[in-house]
Each structure stands twice: as C-alpha cells, then as structure tokens.
Design a protein around this ligand. Structure first.
Ligand SMILES: Cc1ncc(COP(=O)(O)O)c(C=O)c1O
Length: 369
C-alpha cells in the first residue's frame, strides 16, 4: 500500500506555524552538504551573523538550537541554573507556566510572579518581589502567544539589573515581527523559534547569550543535566575555533532559516514591523466592526497575535472547523484558561498579509451572519 502525501494548501492564521515563502520551501530542496563541509560551516556563519542582526546584538554566542522554541527555552534554563539556585519567573500565560516547570526540573527554587491572563507584568511587581529575594535570573515572555500580550521590557530589565540577576527573555512569537533589541535592552539570554514571524518551518530555536551569561555558565560547579543542550559542548560546533562534531545539524532546516533570514533583511526590519502593525490594525477594525472584543488593552496588544473573545451564541468549534474545511483558513483556539472563550488570530511573517486579513474577515462574515 502506498499513501500519497497530499495535504491541503492552508492559509495559516493561527498561533504558528505561519505560512512559508516559496523561496524558503525551495531552499529546503537544496542538495544536502555534510554537516562539517566547509561550505556548510560558511552557511552556519552567515546564519549566525543574520541572527545577530535580527536580535540586534553583538553577542558572539548567537546561533540556532536544533529543535523547536521549547528547546531554546530549556537550553537557557538548564545552562544558567544549577540545583539549589533561585529563579524568578513572571507568569501571565501558558509559556510563563512552562518556564516554571523547567525551573523546577532544573532543581532550582522557583519564585513566581503572577499577573492576570491578558494583562502585562507590572515592573513594580517585579521590583517589590526582588526586595525579598536575590534570584540568579529573572525570566519573562515578550509576546505571550496564549493571551496576545506584548510585554514592555526596558523598565523590568533595569530593575533586574539593579540586582545581580540575569535577565532572560522569550521572543518565540515577537522576533522578526516587532522590535527586539538585545543589546539596548540589556537582555542577557534570549531564545526564539523559526515558525512564527521568521516564517520558516518549526524545528530551530535561535538563541543568544551575552558575555555575562557565558561567564555564569563557565562558573558552573555541576554538569548541565542535558547532554544535547549543554552549551559547553554545542558551542564548539556552532561557534568554536575547531567546529567539532556534536550532533548532526538539521541541514535542510538551516537552509530554510538562511533563506527566511535573507528575506527578512531584503524587506528591512522597520518595514517588516510596520507591515505587522498595519495588518493588525486592518484586522482589528474589521473584527471590531463585527462586534468582536479584544482581550488585551490597546497599548499592550501584540500585532502578530490577536486574541479576541468569541461572541455570545457563536460556536467555537463549528466556526473554526468551517473556516478550515470550507475556506482552508486556520485560526487558533484559546489555550488554558482561555479555551472555548477566545480565538487567537495570527498575522505572522509571510502570513501577515492584507489579502489574508480580507479573506478571513469575509469568511467570518459569511459563517457568523
Ligand atoms: C511564547 C512561546 N514560547 C515558547 C513556545 C514553544 O515553542 P515550540 O512550540 O516551538 O516548542 C511557544 C510556542 O508556541 C510560544 O508561543
């Protein structure tokens, strides 16, 4: 028996993955190189340089972990924390919760700061909490994909750096869709994912660490619990002088990321951020005209992830199924506390397109009215 691979061509307007530009798909069909071929190493170097530009950093240790965003998250925590350390995690949605889980698995003591789902974390809350403890790091999610909140980072970074703690930030959903300034905002460690605003398939997690974070890792007294994510080993493959084998890099994914990053810089960061904001406003106007309410206050709304309350009398599952079956459009369901109550509409990277917005609004009008 043979099973043909023939999925429908969807319009991806959920929380990720986003649509991928045909040039990225074509890059993935490029013949493979060996993972230590000098030509592949040159491609890795170019990816690292483009990631530095995207993160707006001079950090040498900037590369892509060979797995999805959660592996980037785990890489940061397992390398920076040792058993018995204290870590403060700001939680206002699913991904802050995931950080807490990882902190505890590292054997570290978790200090949690909770904000309401749909709200940002108030810098004063962090300041107050830091009066009573001295954690090794403070972590926060820049773009909470489960709620649609854009978290301002500058003030909290300053508060964290008034102590000796490191500042660790999740930019899985924000990177390449809105400004992320690693050096200006003094972010010590950061991770992202390829399948959102970068618009490559899921499978790699860009990360960056500044010299202060590297110093902390170099001073470890215990071995990193994870062999695969241990940066003292991985960095000799991506960034070491000798480029020694660690694991077999996912070559085609690195090609995809290279092409996606090239597309980002052909467009230009400012223009790309503006496109995300513009299409978000177009979608917002259309949805509000239909009576939808946004979960998040305007000044804290993500442009690339629009969380709206499902109106009374509208069936969550039936409408999303119709969008998929009859219009080939995917939007996201609510997660956790928001399941069944909220839709999450993504406008990420290549999916952030005026035609997509118009198509979705037209489809929703037909289905709901
Ligand atoms: C904010 C945030 N952090 C982390 C992750 C985990 O990334 P992945 O699903 O690629 O492992 C996601 C995924 O949606 C996310 O949105």
């Amino acid at each position: 028996m043979t099973n043909k691979l023939n999925p429908s061509t969807r319009i991806l307007m959920g929380p990720g993955p986003s649509d991928v530009h045909p040039r990225v798909l074509k890059a993935m069909a490029t013949p493979l190189l060996g993972h230590l071929d000098p030509q592949f190493i040159q491609i890795m170097d170019q990816v690292m340089e483009m990631l530095r530009q995207l993160f707006q950093t001079e950090n040498q240790l900037t590369f892509a972990v060979s797995a999805t965003g959660s592996a980037g998250m785990e890489t940061c925590f397992v390398n920076l924390l040792e058993p018995g350390d204290e870590a403060m995690v700001c939680v206002n949605g699913v991904f802050g919760n995931r950080m807490c889980d990882i902190v505890e698995r590292c054997g570290a003591k978790l200090i949690r700061i909770d904000a309401d789902w749909g709200s940002h974390v108030d810098p004063d809350q962090v300041k107050q909490a830091l009066c009573n403890c001295s954690p090794k790091l403070v972590s926060i999610v820049h773009a909470e994909t489960s709620t649609g909140v854009l978290q301002p980072l500058k003030d909290i970074s300053k508060i964290v750096h008034d102590t000796s703690a490191l500042f660790l930030v999740d930019t899985v959903t924000s990177l390449a869709g809105t400004d992320v300034r690693v050096d200006d905002w003094e972010i010590d460690a950061i991770y992202s994912g390829t399948q959102k605003c970068i618009s490559a398939p899921p499978g790699l997690s860009p990360v960056s660490f500044n010299p202060k974070a590297i110093e902390i890792m170099d001073q470890r007294k215990t071995r990193v619990q994870s062999w695969y994510l241990d940066l003292s080993l991985v960095k000799n493959y991506w960034a070491g002088a000798k480029r020694a084998y660690h694991h077999t890099a996912p070559i085609s994914m690195v090609y995809a990321l290279h092409e996606a990053l090239s597309l980002i810089f052909e467009e230009g960061l400012e223009k790309r951020f503006k496109r995300h904001r513009h299409n978000h406003e177009l979608l917002r106007d259309g949805l509000e005209e239909m009576g939808f309410e946004f979960v998040v206050a305007p000044e804290y709304r993500l442009p690339m992830l629009n969380a709206v309350r499902i109106p009374e009398g509208v069936d969550d599952i039936i409408v999303r199924r119709k969008l998929l079956d009859e219009y080939n459009i995917e939007i996201g369901a609510g997660l956790g506390n928001f399941a069944g109550k909220v839709w999450r509409i993504g406008l990420m990277g290549h999916s952030c397109d005026q035609n997509h917005v118009n198509m979705l609004l037209a489809a929703l009008r037909q289905i709901i009215n």
